[in-house]
Structure formats: C-alpha cells, structure tokens
Unconditional design. Structure first.
Length: 425
C-alpha cells in the first residue's frame, strides 16, 4: 500500500483547509527544508511567494493566521496520534456526485530518524447513485521498520454498471449489476534487506445479493459465466492465504519523484476455507520514476499492472477489471468496471511538471493502454487506450500531498473527471 495516499475523491478541499484544524495533521514521510513563507502583512495571500506554499497556508492566510508550521516536522514523537477529519464533495464516472467524511490518523511506533510513519484511514462515502462505501485502510510499522502490517477492510453497497467480458464489450450496452461486498484483507511483511520485504496474509471476500437490474435481452455475460462455471452468482465467497514480495526504494510513496516499486502478490482460494470455488490469482505491480534533473520539478513515471487468473474461476465481481486495483486508479478515461476478464495487462506513463515556483500548482499529462483476455479463447484480442491531462494543487507541503484533478478520454468514446488526494501512482 501507499500509506495514506488512498485516493479519497474530493472536490472542494477548501472546506477542510479553511474550517478544520488540518494544519495539525502531520503527514510525515521525508522532511523537507523548512522555509518561512509568510510575512505578517494583514490578509496577504501567498500565491506568488518564493517559499513553498500549500492549501493549508492559503487557508491560514485567508483567516489572517500565520502559525509556524515548521514544528510539524521538527521531530518524531513516538506514540502520539496526529489526526485529521476531512469532509468533501466529489465526482467520479462510476459514482456521479458524492459526499464523504474521512478520518486520517498518523503516528510513529519509535523515535528513530528513519522510522516509517504508520497510518489509519477511514472513510464513509455516499453517492448520488445510492452507493455506500466504507473503507478502512491501515499501514502499521513496528520499531526499526522490522515488520509492516497492511490491512484493507471495506463494506460496499455498490450498484455498478457492467459491460460484459473481454475486449469486445460495448459502451452503449452497459447495465447495472448490484451487490453488497465485505472485504477483509490483512498481510504482514518482514524486512529481509534494505527496502526489500516478504510477507504473508489472508484475503476474504463475501459477495451478497448479486443481481442484474434491467439487463439487455438474451443471456448476459454475467449469467453465462455463472452458469458455465457453476458459480452461485447471488452469493459468493473467496477465502484463502496470500504470499507477497515487496521492493520499494521510493522515499515518498505519496508523491514519488524517483525510485522503484515492485509488488508481487499471489492468492490461493480454497473450498476447504469457505470459498465458493477453488481459484488462484497473481498480481504484478511495477513502477519506475525518473526526475529529469536535481533542480527540476519534472518527473516521468511508468506503471505496469498485470492481474492474472492462474487457475480456476473467480466470482464475476472479483475478476480482473479496470479501476478495481486496490486504489481504484487504473484506467483513467474509463468508468470503473468498463473492461473485465480473467486476465488483465495494463501500462501507463505520466509526465509531471511544476507550474508555480512555490509548488502550489503543477500539471500532468498521461496515457494508458489496457487489454483483457477473451472468455472463449483466452487471447488478448483488443487494446484500448486512455489519455488526458490534469492539474495538481499542493495540499500539504510536508508530505508533498497533492489534490489531483484530471480530465481523461477513452478510445471507446468514454470520458470523465477523475479526482484524487495523492498521486495516481
């Protein structure tokens, strides 16, 4: 996981900046040089200051408050919990407009200078499409970064549009597939050498009341898949152990500018452990970041995400799908679930650049390609692409957290707005 960079989709961040005490939310990753950015001029708005500026500074300036925020990264205080409560209004293709309330807590378990920050993120989201999402994500480090406990627990009431399986699905033939999902994922990692970890865990998914709403005439891919593989369809369980390998040289996982990331996860689901079917999957997540020069804010990033069904048949709602990665970030330009199949190949690149010298505003351009195996012959017959551009507004200069606003197009005619707190990858 990327710690606290879980993509909270928020629209009006000024609600948080101006009216909540988020200046006390210490999102420590790698402390940056402390720069005094404010003078004491009444009502000064520091948009064009040379020092580094974020939205919290802007909110403080509008309220005529000029606290010394350098103390936010002055030292590590083990055991102290630093909390933020973030309300928001957002939008995404798959949810339409949404309101949410998020809690973010950060703390350290030791006072060493190289200690990684632990974090807990809990969010409640309600959407215009009557979807309810309650994720609770934890990333806990023990003393000396020896062990790392990662959890991903979610409760979803999630009517979602589905378009069928494989690369030949059509955008204009989508319909609603409704289900309730309980997810309980936990993994424990142990360091084996610097930046390298191995881990094991347990994944549990419970899919309840899966049903179609106004499906098109004939037998749908959902119905055919469930009949062909003897899936229950309406109620499915996936339960089994996981194995992990992690190599991460990024010093800031929230907004990486250099380094490498390799995460390989193997999952085994077994009838004897309660699964509806026996099946296995493999996820290979690789990322590489290049900063163009030491004095530049220009970064080129690459991401490839392979999600493969090794054996057996996962429930329809757990098949590899666009936007169904842990942070729901694959496939900008397409709705979540637009493509689905037993195997997924994905590649994305992004160019990031600064706009204002004070770091408050930046921009990105990006492109991605994806292909899904066909149900009949397992071949990757078609390739789709998404592309677009966006702006980045600095939310917290200490953790380098950005608010990301992207507009993206898909080659099948889809398009939309994509909002995140934290970089997409």
């Amino acid at each position: 996981m990327n710690g606290i960079s879980f993509p909270i989709k928020i629209g009006f961040i000024f609600l948080t900046t101006c009216f909540l005490p988020v200046a006390n939310a210490q999102e420590h990753t790698i402390p940056i040089a402390q720069v005094k950015i404010h003078d004491t001029t009444r009502h000064r708005i520091p948009i064009f200051d040379n020092g580094e500026v974020d939205l919290i500074d802007m909110g403080n300036s509008l309220l005529n408050k000029f606290p010394d925020r350098s103390k936010d990264t002055a030292h590590i205080d083990a055991g102290k919990l630093h909390s933020s409560l973030l309300p928001g209004i957002g939008y995404s293709i798959e949810t339409n407009f949404e309101i949410e309330l998020s809690y973010l807590g950060g703390f350290y378990t030791s006072n060493e200078n190289n200690a990684n920050q632990s974090s807990i993120l809990a969010t409640v989201i309600f959407t215009r499409l009557h979807q309810l999402l309650i994720p609770v994500v934890g990333n806990i480090w023990t003393k000396n970064n020896k062990y790392n406990l990662q959890t991903d627990w979610r409760y979803l009431v999630y009517p979602q549009e589905t378009y069928g399986l494989g690369g030949y699905s059509s955008l204009d033939k989508g319909y609603i597939l409704s289900y309730t999902k309980i997810r309980l994922y936990s993994s424990l990692y142990k360091v084996i050498k610097t930046d390298m970890y191995i881990g094991a865990g347990y994944d549990f998914d419970y899919l309840l009341d899966g049903h179609e709403i106004n499906p098109p005439p004939g037998i749908t891919d959902f119905e055919k898949y469930n009949m062909e593989y003897n899936q229950k369809g309406t109620n499915d369980i996936a339960s089994g152990p996981t194995l992990h390998f992690l190599y991460d040289t990024r010093r800031n996982s929230i907004n990486p500018s250099s380094g490498n990331f390799v995460n390989i996860s193997y999952r085994v689901n077994l009838n004897i452990l309660g699964s509806s079917e026996n099946w296995q999957s493999l996820i290979i997540d690789l990322r590489k970041y290049f900063i163009l020069s030491k004095h530049s804010k220009q970064v080129i990033a690459f991401w490839t995400y392979e999600w493969l069904t090794i054996n057996g048949n996962p429930p329809y709602d757990l098949l590899p799908a666009i936007g169904e990665d842990p942070y729901s970030n694959t496939g900008r330009g397409f709705a979540q679930g637009r493509f689905r199949g037993k195997n997924m190949l994905y590649l994305e690149s992004e160019y990031r650049f600064g706009i204002l010298k004070n770091g408050l505003l930046g921009g990105v351009v990006f492109a991605n390609t994806e292909s899904f195996s066909e149900q009949t012959n397992s071949q990757f017959a078609r390739i789709y692409a998404g592309y677009g551009a966006g702006i980045r507004i600095k939310f917290n200069k200490f953790s380098k957290t950005n608010v990301a606003f992207d507009y993206a197009f898909g080659t099948d005619g889809s398009k939309g707005i994509f909002l995140n707190l934290g970089e997409v990858f």
